[in-house]
Structures are given as C-alpha cells and as structure tokens.
Write a protein that binds this ligand. Structure first.
Ligand SMILES: Nc1ncnc2c1ncn2[C@@H]1O[C@H](COP(=O)(O)OP(=O)(O)O)[C@@H](O)[C@H]1O
Ligand SMILES: [Mg+2]
Length: 261
C-alpha cells in the first residue's frame, strides 16, 4: 500500500502499535499507614509476558489488582493502550479487557463448568444462551476440558477448576491476562496442567502479567522478570540475566533462596 512511498507521513496505526500495551506510571497505594506500592512504573509490550516475583507482602497481588481495578490506586496512572484503567471507565469494561486468574479458584459451586463460563458472557456481554454456550464450549476445549463442561466444581480436580477459571477469563476475549499465583494451591502434577495451558497462551501471543513461584515457567516463558520488594521494583530484566547475573544484592539473595527450596 502506501507504506513504501517516502512522502507518506507515519501511519498513526503503526506508530500506535509500537507503544507499550500496558503502561503503569508511578502507582502508589497504601493501606492505612502502610505504603504497599511505592510508586511503581512498568511498561509491558503487546505479546510480552511479565513475571513478578518477590517475597510475600512485597505488593505483587496489590499491583495486579490495581491493573484491573479490583483495587483503586491512591495516585499514579495505568493505561491499557489508549484506555485509562485508573480513569472514569466502568470497571466492568476494564475487567473484560484485562482478565484475571486467582490463586483461590473462585468458581460458583452450584454451577457447572460451562455455566461458570457462560455467566459473564450473558450478564456482561449480553450474549444469548446459545451464543454463550458455544463460546464457553470453545474456551473449555481450549484449556483441555471439552469433556468436563457439565461437571460441577466439586467433581473437578484443583487443576481442572483452575483451567475453568482461565477459560472464564479467556471467554471475554481479553487483551491482557493477569495470573496471581495460579498454581500455588495445587500439587505439582496439577500445577503442570495449568502451566501447560499458560504456556500455550504465551505461544498464542497473549500479553500476560504473572505472579508465580514457578521458576521453570518464569525462566522459559517470561519476556521480563520484575523483582519486587517493599512495594518497589528493585530490579527488572530478561530471565536469563535475572537468574544468572542479577545486579542487585537483594535479587541475588531472592533467587538463591528459592533455588534451595
Ligand atoms: N485489603 C488489604 N487491606 C489491608 N492491607 C492489605 C490489603 N491487601 C494487602 N495488604 C497488605 O499489603 C501488603 C502487600 O500485600 P500483597 O500485595 O498481597 O503482597 P504479595 O502479593 O506480594 O504477597 C501486605 O503487607 C498486606 O498485608
Ligand atoms: Mg500475593
């Protein structure tokens, strides 16, 4: 088309695409007297996987929750492309575009796997029963649960429940997926089936922010690892450098401590 013409001004569409998809600018959050996020800034490109690591209480979950407005920031701004997450936008709109998967698998016990996925599609997206059902079944198949659509949570393993949670978030067709220790409550075997689904999402080019202690996943899948401590990003870099040659003493100590777990 016109890209080859030297006189054509820069295409705003193309220019826009080179910008980070998620921009976190100086986010501060306190609970009472405790500053939990001390002015966190982070830019994440489309298709990248940001893994957040750090000691318990360092603010990882709070940061994720700010990203989809489960928690309101005190100051600072967060953007998803042109959409200001911290602005006036309806939080439901944001949560469709930024899906989240939690450690504690919060499915409705009285609904089947399929119904857990169709609920949001009908209530938030306004889909008909038939449309929602088709969509839910496709997403359940995507996470390897085509044959469990009619099962209730009590009939599913922890790993299967977590995969229903992922299908539920994916059904909204989000731009970004947030994962907060999605395998921490699971036995290793069940963790692996969840991690396999997450790796597939990475391969499909999903933009992801992942809090995890699964260091093999982090090393293999992360574009960048951020090490948080006391509400600050102490160090950030590509996984190999963060693991093998961290600059900061605290990062070094952290990776050494988890290696000996
Ligand atoms: N809703 C809340 N009310 C009060 N304090 C909170 C709340 N959520 C988190 N905190 C505190 O904020 C700090 C950071 O917590 P969190 O973001 O959960 O850390 P992490 O996920 O890294 O373990 C902790 O000291 C925690 O006790
Ligand atoms: Mg946490």
């Amino acid at each position: 088309m016109t890209d080859t013409e030297p006189t054509t001004p820069a295409d705003p569409e193309t220019e826009h695409r080179t910008e980070p998809l998620l921009r976190i600018e100086h986010v501060v959050k306190s609970y009472g007297d405790e500053r939990v996020l001390e002015g966190v800034s982070l830019e994440i490109d489309r298709g990248d996987v940001e893994v957040l690591v750090g000691p318990s209480g360092s603010g990882k979950s709070t940061l994720l929750r700010c990203l989809n407005r489960l928690t309101e920031v005190d100051s600072g701004r967060i953007f998803l492309g042109d959409l200001e997450v911290t602005g006036d936008t309806d939080p439901n709109e944001i949560r469709q575009q930024i899906g989240m998967v939690f450690q504690d698998i919060n499915l409705f016990a009285h609904l089947t796997a399929r119904e857990n996925v169709t609920l949001g599609l009908k209530q938030v997206r306004g889909m008909s029963e038939a449309e929602a059902r088709e969509r839910a079944d496709a997403e359940l198949a995507r996470v390897g649960l085509a044959d469990q659509a009619d099962s209730y949570p009590a009939q599913l393993s922890g790993g299967q429940k977590q995969r229903v949670g992922i299908a539920r978030a994916l059904a909204m067709d989000p731009e970004v997926m947030l994962f907060d220790e999605p395998t921490s409550a699971l036995d290793p075997e069940l963790s692996n089936e969840v991690l396999a689904v997450m790796r597939e999402l990475v391969e499909e080019g999903m933009t992801m922010v992942v809090v995890t202690h699964e260091m093999r996943f982090a090393r293999g899948a992360a574009s960048r690892i951020s090490f948080l401590e006391d509400g600050e990003i102490v160090e950030r870099g590509p996984p190999d450098r963060m693991f093998d040659d961290p600059t900061h003493e605290r990062t070094k100590q952290f990776f050494e401590s988890i290696r000996h777990d």
